[in-house]
Design a protein around this ligand. Structure first.
Ligand SMILES: CC(C)(COP(=O)(O)OP(=O)(O)OC[C@H]1O[C@@H](n2cnc3c(N)ncnc32)[C@H](O)[C@@H]1OP(=O)(O)O)[C@@H](O)C(=O)NCCC(=O)NCCS
Length: 211
């Protein structure tokens, strides 16, 4: 998906960025540099990619290919809105499996060991993290994060901005509402509403989110 791309810039220089950059490097894509608002990171390197400056100093009309390498779903949405004309790259680690009938939106990253099965539709600026599985006909909205080792059964729907914690699961045909957080290890066995934190097996709403 990015075989013809030579230079990419990243937004973010933290731990998640290292995984995004490593996926690009494994795919033989050169990462020209990254931007981060933490002043202590300036002039350092992230896996040989130089930290070139801050995000706030970037012009709104950025050139070249870009990826948002920040783990927080709402922050990725804000950054995407700030740079409406950016050429966002979809990043797939060479050791991920994506069926040819599945679709991935611009800016989405898929890490090593992840599996995306036939008919799955994944939106923009999502994270399909290490070893996560998205089974047939799932619909994953923009800005979602499917955490490491999470398993989505067939036909699961995640609305915009959902975070599925590490090792969580959702049984087939369930749905999770906008910006909801599903805790690590939880099992979604019935639909969850918008903007809540749900934990446990089976997953129960623990609190509402004010976002
Ligand atoms: C669910 C989660 C978001 C809750 O965060 P929080 O609202 O800050 O909650 P707290 O840490 O204050 O814990 C509140 C209570 O929930 C419990 N709890 C927290 N996470 C839980 C989980 N995943 N499963 C079951 N109970 C959980 C705590 O034990 C605590 O219980 P208590 O009130 O009886 O003491 C967080 O714990 C979590 O699971 N995050 C997932 C992180 C992850 O997967 N990261 C991957 C990054 S790549």
């Amino acid at each position: 998906m990015h075989s013809s791309v030579e230079n990419v810039f990243g937004i973010g220089a933290g731990g998640h960025a290292r995984v995004v950059i490593s996926a690009l490097q494994e795919a033989r894509v050169h990462v020209a540099g990254v931007y981060d608002d933490d002043p202590t990171k300036l002039r350092s390197e992230v896996l040989r990619a130089p930290v070139l400056g801050t995000i706030r100093e970037l012009s709104d009309a950025i050139d070249g290919h870009w990826v948002i390498a920040l783990g927080d779903n709402m922050t990725r949405r804000q950054i995407a809105a700030r740079f409406p004309s950016a050429d966002w790259l979809t990043v797939i680690h060479p050791k991920a499996y994506i069926h040819e009938s599945a679709s991935l939106g611009l800016g989405t990253v898929v890490f090593a060991g992840a599996v995306v099965q036939p008919g799955a539709r994944i939106g923009q600026h999502c994270i399909i993290n290490t070893g996560a599985t998205v089974d047939h006909d799932c619909v994953v909205g923009d800005f979602c994060h499917v955490g490491p080792g999470c398993n989505l059964g067939g036909g699961v729907t995640l609305a915009k901005g959902v975070f599925m914690g590490i090792g969580s699961v959702a049984i087939p045909c369930t749905s999770v509402g906008e910006w909801t957080i599903v805790g690590a290890g939880a099992a979604v066995v019935a639909d969850l509403p918008d903007r809540v934190v749900a934990v446990g097996v089976p997953a129960k709403v623990r609190r509402k989110l004010e976002i």
